[in-house]
Design a binder for this molecule. Structure first.
Ligand code: ADP
Ligand code: MG
Length: 596
Protein backbone atom coordinates (compact mmCIF):
# COMPACT_ATOMS: atom_id res chain seq x y z
CA UNK A 1 0.00 0.00 0.00
CA UNK A 2 1.33 3.43 -0.95
CA UNK A 3 2.10 5.74 1.95
CA UNK A 4 -0.43 8.56 2.29
CA UNK A 5 1.14 11.93 1.35
CA UNK A 6 0.77 14.38 4.24
CA UNK A 7 -1.58 17.28 3.47
CA UNK A 8 0.32 20.41 2.42
CA UNK A 9 0.79 23.05 5.12
CA UNK A 10 -1.18 26.17 4.32
CA UNK A 11 0.77 29.44 4.65
CA UNK A 12 -1.82 31.04 6.95
CA UNK A 13 -1.78 27.98 9.19
CA UNK A 14 2.00 28.03 9.38
CA UNK A 15 1.82 31.69 10.45
CA UNK A 16 -0.81 30.99 13.10
CA UNK A 17 1.09 27.98 14.43
CA UNK A 18 4.24 30.08 14.60
CA UNK A 19 2.39 32.65 16.70
CA UNK A 20 1.08 29.93 19.01
CA UNK A 21 4.58 28.53 19.47
CA UNK A 22 5.77 32.05 20.30
CA UNK A 23 3.27 32.14 23.14
CA UNK A 24 0.70 34.46 21.56
CA UNK A 25 -2.76 34.21 23.14
CA UNK A 26 -4.34 37.32 21.65
CA UNK A 27 -4.15 39.12 18.32
CA UNK A 28 -5.61 42.59 17.75
CA UNK A 29 -6.44 43.79 14.27
CA UNK A 30 -8.82 44.18 11.38
CA UNK A 31 -9.16 41.60 8.63
CA UNK A 32 -9.77 41.88 4.93
CA UNK A 33 -7.93 40.64 1.88
CA UNK A 34 -5.42 39.01 2.28
CA UNK A 35 -5.32 38.37 6.05
CA UNK A 36 -8.77 36.89 6.80
CA UNK A 37 -7.22 33.45 6.49
CA UNK A 38 -4.46 34.32 8.94
CA UNK A 39 -6.96 35.51 11.56
CA UNK A 40 -9.16 32.46 11.04
CA UNK A 41 -6.14 30.17 11.28
CA UNK A 42 -5.24 31.92 14.57
CA UNK A 43 -8.75 31.30 15.90
CA UNK A 44 -8.44 27.64 14.84
CA UNK A 45 -5.20 27.47 16.84
CA UNK A 46 -6.98 28.75 19.95
CA UNK A 47 -5.66 32.30 19.69
CA UNK A 48 -8.15 35.04 20.56
CA UNK A 49 -8.67 37.50 17.71
CA UNK A 50 -10.08 40.90 18.65
CA UNK A 51 -11.40 42.61 15.55
CA UNK A 52 -11.36 46.40 15.76
CA UNK A 53 -13.04 49.08 13.67
CA UNK A 54 -9.96 51.16 12.93
CA UNK A 55 -6.38 49.91 12.70
CA UNK A 56 -5.17 52.84 14.75
CA UNK A 57 -6.98 51.64 17.87
CA UNK A 58 -5.94 48.02 17.22
CA UNK A 59 -2.31 49.05 16.96
CA UNK A 60 -2.52 51.08 20.18
CA UNK A 61 -4.02 48.02 21.88
CA UNK A 62 -1.08 45.87 20.78
CA UNK A 63 1.45 48.30 22.28
CA UNK A 64 -0.46 48.45 25.57
CA UNK A 65 -0.61 44.65 25.64
CA UNK A 66 3.19 44.63 25.36
CA UNK A 67 3.51 46.91 28.39
CA UNK A 68 0.97 44.95 30.44
CA UNK A 69 2.22 41.45 29.67
CA UNK A 70 5.91 41.98 28.88
CA UNK A 71 5.36 39.96 25.68
CA UNK A 72 4.95 41.65 22.31
CA UNK A 73 1.38 42.64 21.52
CA UNK A 74 0.45 41.41 18.06
CA UNK A 75 -1.58 43.41 15.56
CA UNK A 76 -2.75 41.97 12.23
CA UNK A 77 -3.86 44.29 9.44
CA UNK A 78 -4.52 44.29 5.71
CA UNK A 79 -2.23 45.55 3.00
CA UNK A 80 -1.60 49.18 2.00
CA UNK A 81 -3.98 51.42 3.93
CA UNK A 82 -4.28 48.83 6.71
CA UNK A 83 -0.57 49.08 7.42
CA UNK A 84 -0.60 52.86 7.00
CA UNK A 85 -3.42 53.19 9.55
CA UNK A 86 -1.42 51.08 12.01
CA UNK A 87 1.71 53.23 11.85
CA UNK A 88 0.46 55.40 14.74
CA UNK A 89 0.51 52.33 16.97
CA UNK A 90 4.07 51.53 15.92
CA UNK A 91 5.16 55.08 16.66
CA UNK A 92 3.34 55.11 19.99
CA UNK A 93 4.90 51.80 21.05
CA UNK A 94 8.36 52.95 19.95
CA UNK A 95 8.02 56.23 21.83
CA UNK A 96 6.82 54.46 24.98
CA UNK A 97 9.37 51.63 24.66
CA UNK A 98 6.64 48.97 24.56
CA UNK A 99 7.07 45.72 22.63
CA UNK A 100 4.71 45.00 19.75
CA UNK A 101 4.76 43.19 16.43
CA UNK A 102 2.69 44.37 13.50
CA UNK A 103 1.84 41.79 10.84
CA UNK A 104 0.71 43.37 7.59
CA UNK A 105 -0.74 41.54 4.63
CA UNK A 106 0.67 42.77 1.34
CA UNK A 107 0.05 42.43 -2.37
CA UNK A 108 1.25 39.30 -4.18
CA UNK A 109 4.97 39.42 -4.94
CA UNK A 110 4.33 38.66 -8.63
CA UNK A 111 2.30 41.88 -8.97
CA UNK A 112 4.75 44.20 -7.24
CA UNK A 113 5.47 47.43 -9.03
CA UNK A 114 2.44 47.04 -11.28
CA UNK A 115 -0.06 48.97 -9.19
CA UNK A 116 -1.46 45.88 -7.46
CA UNK A 117 -4.49 45.96 -5.17
CA UNK A 118 -3.50 48.00 -2.08
CA UNK A 119 0.10 47.96 -3.15
CA UNK A 120 2.34 50.13 -1.00
CA UNK A 121 6.00 50.09 -0.07
CA UNK A 122 5.12 48.78 3.37
CA UNK A 123 8.47 47.65 4.72
CA UNK A 124 9.97 51.02 3.76
CA UNK A 125 6.94 52.87 5.15
CA UNK A 126 7.25 51.36 8.63
CA UNK A 127 11.05 51.44 8.82
CA UNK A 128 11.33 54.78 10.72
CA UNK A 129 8.89 53.55 13.36
CA UNK A 130 10.34 50.11 14.02
CA UNK A 131 13.41 48.32 15.36
CA UNK A 132 13.00 45.54 12.84
CA UNK A 133 11.02 45.37 9.59
CA UNK A 134 11.26 42.56 7.08
CA UNK A 135 9.45 40.41 4.57
CA UNK A 136 10.00 36.65 4.40
CA UNK A 137 11.20 35.56 0.95
CA UNK A 138 9.32 32.28 1.25
CA UNK A 139 7.31 30.24 3.74
CA UNK A 140 10.41 28.53 5.11
CA UNK A 141 11.47 31.85 6.58
CA UNK A 142 8.22 32.55 8.43
CA UNK A 143 8.99 30.87 11.80
CA UNK A 144 12.50 32.31 12.12
CA UNK A 145 11.46 35.76 10.95
CA UNK A 146 8.51 35.97 13.35
CA UNK A 147 10.84 34.82 16.10
CA UNK A 148 13.38 37.50 15.19
CA UNK A 149 10.67 40.18 15.35
CA UNK A 150 9.62 38.95 18.80
CA UNK A 151 13.23 38.85 19.99
CA UNK A 152 13.91 42.38 18.81
CA UNK A 153 10.65 43.65 20.31
CA UNK A 154 11.52 42.64 23.89
CA UNK A 155 15.31 42.92 23.96
CA UNK A 156 17.38 46.06 24.42
CA UNK A 157 14.94 48.93 24.65
CA UNK A 158 11.55 47.34 23.95
CA UNK A 159 9.82 48.59 20.83
CA UNK A 160 7.89 47.99 17.65
CA UNK A 161 8.63 45.43 14.91
CA UNK A 162 7.03 44.57 11.60
CA UNK A 163 6.71 41.49 9.42
CA UNK A 164 5.21 41.78 5.94
CA UNK A 165 3.00 38.93 4.73
CA UNK A 166 2.63 38.79 0.94
CA UNK A 167 -0.71 37.35 -0.20
CA UNK A 168 0.99 34.57 -2.14
CA UNK A 169 2.75 33.41 1.01
CA UNK A 170 -0.48 33.50 3.04
CA UNK A 171 -2.26 31.43 0.43
CA UNK A 172 0.77 29.32 -0.42
CA UNK A 173 1.32 25.75 0.60
CA UNK A 174 4.32 23.67 1.51
CA UNK A 175 3.97 20.01 0.64
CA UNK A 176 5.51 18.02 3.42
CA UNK A 177 7.66 15.23 2.15
CA UNK A 178 7.88 16.53 -1.39
CA UNK A 179 9.84 19.73 -0.87
CA UNK A 180 13.23 19.37 0.69
CA UNK A 181 12.84 22.26 3.11
CA UNK A 182 9.27 21.84 4.29
CA UNK A 183 10.05 19.22 6.86
CA UNK A 184 12.95 21.29 8.13
CA UNK A 185 10.58 24.23 8.48
CA UNK A 186 8.09 22.19 10.46
CA UNK A 187 10.88 20.86 12.68
CA UNK A 188 12.06 24.42 13.25
CA UNK A 189 8.48 25.41 14.11
CA UNK A 190 8.17 22.65 16.72
CA UNK A 191 11.37 23.94 18.35
CA UNK A 192 10.14 27.56 18.60
CA UNK A 193 9.38 28.98 22.00
CA UNK A 194 8.66 32.50 23.24
CA UNK A 195 11.94 34.45 23.18
CA UNK A 196 13.42 35.33 26.54
CA UNK A 197 14.37 38.83 27.55
CA UNK A 198 18.06 38.93 28.29
CA UNK A 199 18.68 40.80 31.53
CA UNK A 200 21.57 43.23 31.42
CA UNK A 201 23.60 44.28 34.44
CA UNK A 202 25.37 47.59 35.01
CA UNK A 203 29.13 48.08 35.27
CA UNK A 204 30.15 47.05 38.83
CA UNK A 205 32.52 50.04 39.07
CA UNK A 206 29.59 52.39 38.48
CA UNK A 207 27.45 50.46 40.96
CA UNK A 208 30.06 51.09 43.65
CA UNK A 209 30.12 54.78 42.80
CA UNK A 210 26.33 54.90 42.88
CA UNK A 211 26.13 53.32 46.32
CA UNK A 212 28.81 55.65 47.60
CA UNK A 213 26.91 58.66 46.35
CA UNK A 214 23.53 57.41 47.63
CA UNK A 215 25.09 56.75 51.01
CA UNK A 216 26.19 60.38 51.21
CA UNK A 217 22.92 61.91 50.05
CA UNK A 218 21.28 64.46 52.32
CA UNK A 219 18.23 64.95 50.11
CA UNK A 220 17.88 61.85 47.93
CA UNK A 221 15.09 61.33 45.41
CA UNK A 222 14.18 58.20 43.46
CA UNK A 223 12.21 58.82 40.26
CA UNK A 224 10.20 55.78 39.20
CA UNK A 225 9.41 55.73 35.49
CA UNK A 226 7.36 53.45 33.32
CA UNK A 227 10.58 51.59 32.47
CA UNK A 228 10.58 50.43 36.12
CA UNK A 229 6.95 49.37 35.78
CA UNK A 230 7.77 47.52 32.57
CA UNK A 231 10.79 45.88 34.24
CA UNK A 232 8.55 44.46 37.00
CA UNK A 233 10.84 46.20 39.47
CA UNK A 234 8.24 46.35 42.26
CA UNK A 235 9.86 43.73 44.50
CA UNK A 236 13.38 45.08 44.08
CA UNK A 237 12.19 48.65 44.55
CA UNK A 238 10.17 47.85 47.68
CA UNK A 239 13.28 46.27 49.20
CA UNK A 240 15.42 49.25 48.20
CA UNK A 241 13.04 51.88 49.60
CA UNK A 242 12.52 49.85 52.80
CA UNK A 243 16.27 49.66 53.27
CA UNK A 244 17.12 53.27 52.47
CA UNK A 245 14.03 55.23 53.49
CA UNK A 246 14.47 57.41 50.39
CA UNK A 247 11.47 59.36 49.13
CA UNK A 248 10.29 58.54 45.63
CA UNK A 249 8.38 60.24 42.87
CA UNK A 250 6.50 58.20 40.27
CA UNK A 251 5.94 59.43 36.73
CA UNK A 252 2.47 59.00 35.37
CA UNK A 253 2.81 55.36 34.30
CA UNK A 254 5.40 54.68 36.98
CA UNK A 255 2.55 55.17 39.46
CA UNK A 256 1.70 52.05 41.42
CA UNK A 257 5.10 50.35 41.27
CA UNK A 258 5.00 51.49 44.87
CA UNK A 259 1.73 52.75 46.29
CA UNK A 260 0.87 56.42 45.91
CA UNK A 261 -0.13 56.32 49.59
CA UNK A 262 3.27 54.98 50.70
CA UNK A 263 4.61 57.34 53.40
CA UNK A 264 7.67 58.05 51.24
CA UNK A 265 5.74 58.87 48.08
CA UNK A 266 6.23 62.55 47.26
CA UNK A 267 4.24 62.56 44.03
CA UNK A 268 2.09 65.32 45.50
CA UNK A 269 5.14 67.50 46.23
CA UNK A 270 6.68 67.10 42.84
CA UNK A 271 8.04 70.58 42.17
CA UNK A 272 9.81 70.79 45.52
CA UNK A 273 11.22 67.29 45.30
CA UNK A 274 12.70 67.94 41.86
CA UNK A 275 14.19 71.22 42.95
CA UNK A 276 15.56 70.24 46.36
CA UNK A 277 17.08 66.82 45.78
CA UNK A 278 20.88 66.51 45.95
CA UNK A 279 21.15 62.94 44.63
CA UNK A 280 18.62 61.77 42.07
CA UNK A 281 18.25 58.13 41.11
CA UNK A 282 16.33 57.84 37.83
CA UNK A 283 14.82 54.39 37.29
CA UNK A 284 13.53 53.88 33.74
CA UNK A 285 12.48 57.48 33.21
CA UNK A 286 13.85 59.69 30.44
CA UNK A 287 14.77 63.31 30.89
CA UNK A 288 12.34 64.38 28.19
CA UNK A 289 9.51 66.96 28.27
CA UNK A 290 7.74 65.09 31.06
CA UNK A 291 10.70 65.72 33.38
CA UNK A 292 11.49 69.16 31.91
CA UNK A 293 14.64 67.80 30.24
CA UNK A 294 16.20 67.63 33.72
CA UNK A 295 16.30 71.44 33.86
CA UNK A 296 14.35 71.66 37.15
CA UNK A 297 16.93 69.73 39.08
CA UNK A 298 19.44 71.64 41.13
CA UNK A 299 22.50 72.29 38.99
CA UNK A 300 24.66 70.66 41.67
CA UNK A 301 22.53 67.52 42.03
CA UNK A 302 24.25 64.22 41.37
CA UNK A 303 22.33 62.30 38.72
CA UNK A 304 22.39 58.50 38.72
CA UNK A 305 20.44 57.09 35.81
CA UNK A 306 19.38 53.51 35.16
CA UNK A 307 18.17 52.66 31.68
CA UNK A 308 18.25 49.52 29.62
CA UNK A 309 19.44 51.58 26.67
CA UNK A 310 22.94 52.89 27.27
CA UNK A 311 22.56 55.61 24.60
CA UNK A 312 19.83 57.20 26.71
CA UNK A 313 22.17 57.88 29.63
CA UNK A 314 23.17 61.52 29.61
CA UNK A 315 20.51 62.66 27.17
CA UNK A 316 19.63 66.32 27.91
CA UNK A 317 21.64 66.47 31.12
CA UNK A 318 25.03 65.16 32.12
CA UNK A 319 24.64 61.99 34.09
CA UNK A 320 27.18 61.58 36.85
CA UNK A 321 26.76 57.86 37.24
CA UNK A 322 25.44 55.93 34.23
CA UNK A 323 23.97 52.51 34.96
CA UNK A 324 23.06 50.66 31.77
CA UNK A 325 20.90 47.70 32.61
CA UNK A 326 17.54 46.35 33.61
CA UNK A 327 15.98 48.37 36.46
CA UNK A 328 15.10 45.36 38.60
CA UNK A 329 18.48 43.70 38.09
CA UNK A 330 20.42 46.92 38.72
CA UNK A 331 18.45 47.59 41.91
CA UNK A 332 19.51 44.11 43.01
CA UNK A 333 23.14 45.03 42.31
CA UNK A 334 22.80 48.27 44.25
CA UNK A 335 21.16 46.51 47.18
CA UNK A 336 23.83 43.86 47.50
CA UNK A 337 26.66 46.41 47.44
CA UNK A 338 24.71 48.61 49.84
CA UNK A 339 24.39 45.77 52.32
CA UNK A 340 28.11 45.14 52.34
CA UNK A 341 29.25 48.77 52.32
CA UNK A 342 29.77 50.70 55.53
CA UNK A 343 27.32 53.47 56.34
CA UNK A 344 28.83 56.92 55.84
CA UNK A 345 26.91 58.05 58.89
CA UNK A 346 24.97 61.26 59.25
CA UNK A 347 22.44 60.30 56.59
CA UNK A 348 19.63 62.16 58.23
CA UNK A 349 17.21 63.68 55.79
CA UNK A 350 14.45 64.21 58.30
CA UNK A 351 14.17 67.93 57.66
CA UNK A 352 14.07 67.49 53.89
CA UNK A 353 11.40 64.80 54.25
CA UNK A 354 9.36 66.91 56.64
CA UNK A 355 9.37 69.73 54.12
CA UNK A 356 8.21 67.47 51.31
CA UNK A 357 5.53 65.94 53.49
CA UNK A 358 4.21 69.33 54.57
CA UNK A 359 3.99 70.36 50.92
CA UNK A 360 2.27 67.09 50.06
CA UNK A 361 -0.34 67.64 52.76
CA UNK A 362 -0.96 71.21 51.57
CA UNK A 363 -1.42 70.04 47.99
CA UNK A 364 -3.78 67.26 49.08
CA UNK A 365 -5.84 69.79 51.02
CA UNK A 366 -6.06 72.06 47.97
CA UNK A 367 -7.29 69.16 45.85
CA UNK A 368 -9.87 68.17 48.45
CA UNK A 369 -11.12 71.76 48.63
CA UNK A 370 -11.48 71.92 44.86
CA UNK A 371 -13.55 68.73 44.97
CA UNK A 372 -16.05 70.27 47.36
CA UNK A 373 -17.69 72.68 44.98
CA UNK A 374 -21.41 72.09 44.68
CA UNK A 375 -21.81 74.28 41.62
CA UNK A 376 -23.47 72.92 38.50
CA UNK A 377 -22.35 72.07 35.89
CA UNK A 378 -19.79 70.06 37.86
CA UNK A 379 -16.10 70.90 37.93
CA UNK A 380 -13.53 68.27 36.97
CA UNK A 381 -12.60 67.86 40.62
CA UNK A 382 -16.15 67.38 41.82
CA UNK A 383 -16.89 64.87 39.08
CA UNK A 384 -13.74 62.88 39.83
CA UNK A 385 -14.57 62.83 43.52
CA UNK A 386 -17.99 61.35 42.70
CA UNK A 387 -16.34 58.67 40.53
CA UNK A 388 -13.74 57.88 43.17
CA UNK A 389 -16.35 57.57 45.91
CA UNK A 390 -18.55 55.33 43.79
CA UNK A 391 -15.59 52.98 43.28
CA UNK A 392 -14.44 53.03 46.88
CA UNK A 393 -15.30 49.49 47.92
CA UNK A 394 -14.01 47.94 44.67
CA UNK A 395 -11.04 50.23 44.11
CA UNK A 396 -8.47 47.43 44.28
CA UNK A 397 -10.06 45.92 41.18
CA UNK A 398 -9.92 49.10 39.11
CA UNK A 399 -7.52 49.57 36.18
CA UNK A 400 -7.35 53.19 35.07
CA UNK A 401 -7.05 54.55 31.56
CA UNK A 402 -6.77 58.28 31.04
CA UNK A 403 -6.55 60.58 28.07
CA UNK A 404 -7.56 64.07 27.16
CA UNK A 405 -5.77 67.19 28.25
CA UNK A 406 -7.20 68.47 31.53
CA UNK A 407 -9.09 65.23 32.05
CA UNK A 408 -5.91 63.16 32.08
CA UNK A 409 -3.99 65.68 34.15
CA UNK A 410 -6.50 66.21 36.91
CA UNK A 411 -7.47 62.53 37.08
CA UNK A 412 -3.83 61.63 37.55
CA UNK A 413 -3.67 63.65 40.71
CA UNK A 414 -7.02 62.47 42.07
CA UNK A 415 -6.82 58.70 41.54
CA UNK A 416 -4.16 56.96 43.60
CA UNK A 417 -2.54 53.81 42.31
CA UNK A 418 -1.56 50.96 44.59
CA UNK A 419 -0.19 48.35 42.23
CA UNK A 420 1.92 48.49 39.08
CA UNK A 421 0.85 48.59 35.44
CA UNK A 422 -2.71 49.52 36.27
CA UNK A 423 -2.69 52.94 34.68
CA UNK A 424 -2.38 53.65 30.96
CA UNK A 425 -2.43 57.03 29.30
CA UNK A 426 -1.38 59.17 26.35
CA UNK A 427 2.28 58.44 27.16
CA UNK A 428 5.54 59.84 25.92
CA UNK A 429 4.14 60.89 22.56
CA UNK A 430 1.09 62.47 24.23
CA UNK A 431 -1.12 60.62 21.77
CA UNK A 432 -4.81 61.50 21.78
CA UNK A 433 -7.18 58.79 20.62
CA UNK A 434 -5.34 55.96 22.37
CA UNK A 435 -7.96 55.48 25.10
CA UNK A 436 -10.23 52.84 23.60
CA UNK A 437 -7.32 50.74 22.30
CA UNK A 438 -5.63 50.87 25.71
CA UNK A 439 -8.89 50.14 27.52
CA UNK A 440 -9.72 47.12 25.38
CA UNK A 441 -6.21 45.64 25.74
CA UNK A 442 -6.27 46.20 29.50
CA UNK A 443 -9.75 44.74 29.95
CA UNK A 444 -8.78 41.60 28.00
CA UNK A 445 -5.61 41.28 30.06
CA UNK A 446 -7.02 41.98 33.48
CA UNK A 447 -10.31 40.19 33.24
CA UNK A 448 -12.59 39.13 30.50
CA UNK A 449 -15.95 38.41 32.02
CA UNK A 450 -17.12 36.54 28.98
CA UNK A 451 -19.86 34.09 29.77
CA UNK A 452 -19.15 30.81 27.96
CA UNK A 453 -22.08 31.16 25.65
CA UNK A 454 -20.96 34.63 24.67
CA UNK A 455 -17.42 33.68 23.82
CA UNK A 456 -16.70 33.26 20.15
CA UNK A 457 -15.88 29.75 18.98
CA UNK A 458 -12.29 28.86 19.63
CA UNK A 459 -11.61 31.84 21.87
CA UNK A 460 -9.74 30.97 25.04
CA UNK A 461 -10.67 32.35 28.45
CA UNK A 462 -8.85 35.36 29.78
CA UNK A 463 -5.37 34.75 31.17
CA UNK A 464 -6.52 36.50 34.36
CA UNK A 465 -9.58 35.45 36.22
CA UNK A 466 -9.42 38.48 38.46
CA UNK A 467 -12.47 40.10 36.97
CA UNK A 468 -10.73 43.42 37.30
CA UNK A 469 -12.34 46.32 35.52
CA UNK A 470 -11.08 49.07 33.34
CA UNK A 471 -12.37 52.54 34.10
CA UNK A 472 -11.41 54.79 31.21
CA UNK A 473 -11.74 58.47 32.04
CA UNK A 474 -11.45 60.25 28.74
CA UNK A 475 -12.02 63.74 27.41
CA UNK A 476 -14.82 64.29 24.92
CA UNK A 477 -12.42 65.22 22.18
CA UNK A 478 -10.13 62.25 22.91
CA UNK A 479 -13.07 59.84 22.92
CA UNK A 480 -14.10 61.06 19.48
CA UNK A 481 -10.97 59.65 17.87
CA UNK A 482 -11.98 56.06 18.50
CA UNK A 483 -15.55 56.04 19.83
CA UNK A 484 -16.52 53.37 17.31
CA UNK A 485 -14.42 50.88 19.28
CA UNK A 486 -17.27 50.71 21.80
CA UNK A 487 -18.78 48.29 19.29
CA UNK A 488 -15.58 46.22 19.49
CA UNK A 489 -15.87 46.13 23.29
CA UNK A 490 -19.58 45.26 23.13
CA UNK A 491 -19.03 42.46 20.61
CA UNK A 492 -16.22 41.08 22.75
CA UNK A 493 -18.35 41.33 25.94
CA UNK A 494 -15.80 43.56 27.62
CA UNK A 495 -17.31 45.17 30.72
CA UNK A 496 -15.15 48.27 30.58
CA UNK A 497 -16.51 51.52 31.92
CA UNK A 498 -15.92 54.56 29.76
CA UNK A 499 -16.53 57.93 31.37
CA UNK A 500 -16.58 60.68 28.78
CA UNK A 501 -15.75 63.92 30.53
CA UNK A 502 -17.78 66.21 28.34
CA UNK A 503 -17.00 69.91 28.36
CA UNK A 504 -18.03 70.56 24.75
CA UNK A 505 -14.54 71.10 23.50
CA UNK A 506 -10.84 70.60 23.21
CA UNK A 507 -9.38 72.03 26.44
CA UNK A 508 -12.55 74.09 26.90
CA UNK A 509 -15.94 74.42 25.28
CA UNK A 510 -19.02 76.62 25.51
CA UNK A 511 -22.46 76.38 26.99
CA UNK A 512 -25.29 75.90 24.54
CA UNK A 513 -26.25 79.60 24.46
CA UNK A 514 -22.73 80.90 24.21
CA UNK A 515 -21.90 78.39 21.49
CA UNK A 516 -24.84 79.41 19.32
CA UNK A 517 -24.34 83.13 19.74
CA UNK A 518 -20.68 82.78 18.86
CA UNK A 519 -21.50 80.54 15.92
CA UNK A 520 -23.97 83.16 14.66
CA UNK A 521 -21.25 85.80 14.95
CA UNK A 522 -18.71 83.53 13.19
CA UNK A 523 -16.65 83.75 16.33
CA UNK A 524 -16.18 80.13 17.35
CA UNK A 525 -12.65 79.11 18.27
CA UNK A 526 -11.17 75.98 16.76
CA UNK A 527 -11.39 74.21 20.09
CA UNK A 528 -15.21 74.22 20.29
CA UNK A 529 -17.23 71.02 19.82
CA UNK A 530 -21.01 70.76 19.58
CA UNK A 531 -22.51 71.39 23.01
CA UNK A 532 -24.53 68.65 24.65
CA UNK A 533 -23.35 65.79 22.47
CA UNK A 534 -24.90 62.60 23.86
CA UNK A 535 -22.02 60.18 23.98
CA UNK A 536 -24.18 57.88 26.11
CA UNK A 537 -26.66 57.47 23.26
CA UNK A 538 -23.81 56.80 20.86
CA UNK A 539 -22.65 54.10 23.28
CA UNK A 540 -26.11 52.56 23.41
CA UNK A 541 -26.33 52.48 19.65
CA UNK A 542 -23.07 50.52 19.62
CA UNK A 543 -24.21 47.95 22.19
CA UNK A 544 -23.10 49.55 25.44
CA UNK A 545 -25.16 50.62 28.39
CA UNK A 546 -25.49 54.42 28.37
CA UNK A 547 -25.79 56.92 31.23
CA UNK A 548 -26.27 60.66 31.10
CA UNK A 549 -24.90 62.31 34.24
CA UNK A 550 -25.15 66.02 34.97
CA UNK A 551 -24.88 65.96 38.78
CA UNK A 552 -22.48 64.27 41.22
CA UNK A 553 -25.34 62.12 42.51
CA UNK A 554 -26.30 60.93 39.04
CA UNK A 555 -22.66 60.28 38.22
CA UNK A 556 -22.18 58.27 41.40
CA UNK A 557 -25.25 56.17 40.63
CA UNK A 558 -24.18 55.65 37.01
CA UNK A 559 -20.74 54.39 38.02
CA UNK A 560 -22.29 51.96 40.53
CA UNK A 561 -24.72 50.63 37.95
CA UNK A 562 -22.01 50.37 35.31
CA UNK A 563 -19.91 48.37 37.76
CA UNK A 564 -22.76 45.90 38.19
CA UNK A 565 -22.97 45.37 34.44
CA UNK A 566 -20.45 42.63 33.74
CA UNK A 567 -21.22 41.48 30.22
CA UNK A 568 -20.97 44.64 28.17
CA UNK A 569 -19.36 48.06 28.26
CA UNK A 570 -20.90 51.17 29.73
CA UNK A 571 -20.55 54.72 28.44
CA UNK A 572 -21.21 57.50 30.91
CA UNK A 573 -21.67 60.97 29.45
CA UNK A 574 -20.32 63.07 32.30
CA UNK A 575 -21.27 66.70 31.69
CA UNK A 576 -18.99 69.21 33.35
CA UNK A 577 -18.54 72.95 33.16
CA UNK A 578 -17.56 73.95 29.63
CA UNK A 579 -15.15 76.55 30.91
CA UNK A 580 -15.16 78.50 27.66
CA UNK A 581 -14.94 81.79 29.50
CA UNK A 582 -11.62 80.83 30.96
CA UNK A 583 -8.48 81.94 29.33
CA UNK A 584 -7.38 79.13 27.07
CA UNK A 585 -4.73 77.55 29.19
CA UNK A 586 -2.63 74.74 27.90
CA UNK A 587 -2.67 72.85 31.15
CA UNK A 588 -1.58 69.77 29.40
CA UNK A 589 1.68 71.28 28.27
CA UNK A 590 2.05 72.73 31.71
CA UNK A 591 1.29 69.33 33.17
CA UNK A 592 4.83 68.16 32.79
CA UNK A 593 5.67 70.90 35.26
CA UNK A 594 2.90 70.38 37.72
CA UNK A 595 1.89 66.74 37.62
CA UNK A 596 0.88 65.86 41.14
P1 ADP B 1 8.36 57.94 31.93
O1 ADP B 1 7.43 58.46 30.89
O2 ADP B 1 7.69 57.16 32.99
O3 ADP B 1 9.28 58.98 32.44
P2 ADP B 1 10.05 57.00 29.85
O4 ADP B 1 9.23 56.34 28.80
O5 ADP B 1 10.51 58.38 29.63
O6 ADP B 1 9.28 56.84 31.23
O7 ADP B 1 11.33 56.13 30.13
C1 ADP B 1 11.27 54.75 30.17
C2 ADP B 1 12.68 54.29 29.97
O8 ADP B 1 12.76 52.98 30.50
C3 ADP B 1 13.12 54.19 28.51
O9 ADP B 1 14.23 55.00 28.29
C4 ADP B 1 13.44 52.70 28.32
O10 ADP B 1 14.60 52.52 27.56
C5 ADP B 1 13.65 52.24 29.73
N1 ADP B 1 13.39 50.84 29.98
C6 ADP B 1 12.48 50.02 29.45
N2 ADP B 1 12.55 48.80 29.97
C7 ADP B 1 13.54 48.84 30.88
C8 ADP B 1 14.10 47.88 31.76
N3 ADP B 1 13.67 46.65 31.83
N4 ADP B 1 15.13 48.29 32.55
C9 ADP B 1 15.60 49.56 32.48
N5 ADP B 1 15.09 50.50 31.68
C10 ADP B 1 14.07 50.14 30.89
MG1 MG C 1 -13.13 68.47 26.39
Amino acid sequence: MAEATPAPVHGATLMAQTLRHLGVTTVFGIVGIPVVEVADACIAEGIRFIGFRNEQAASYAAGAWGFLTGQPGVCLVVSGPGVLHAIPGLANAQANAWPMVLLGGSSPTSERGRGAFQEWAQVEAVRPYTKYAAQPANLDRVPTMFQAAFRYAINGRPGACYVDLPADLIQGAMSLGSEGTAELTMTALQGLSPPTRTLTLADPVQINRAVDSLRRAQAPLVIVGKGAAYARAETALTAFIDRTGFPFLPTSMGKGVLSDTHPLCVGAARSEALKDADVILLLGARLNWLLHFGERFSSTATIIQVDVQAEELGHNRTVDIPLAGDVAAVLGQISSVWQSSPSKGGQDFGLYLDGLRARRERNHATLARKAESSALPMTYHRAFRAIREALDDVYDRVVLVGEGANTMDIARSMFDLHSPRRRLDAGTLATMGVGMGLAIAAQVHYGLDVPNEGRLAGQPPSPHQHHDRVVAIVGDSAFGFSAMEIETAARTHLPLIVIVVNNNGIYHGFSDDEYHSRAAAHNLPSTALSPGTRYDLLGEALGAQGFHATTPEALHAAVRQAWDTTTRPSVINCCIEPGGQQKLEFNWMKSGKEIK
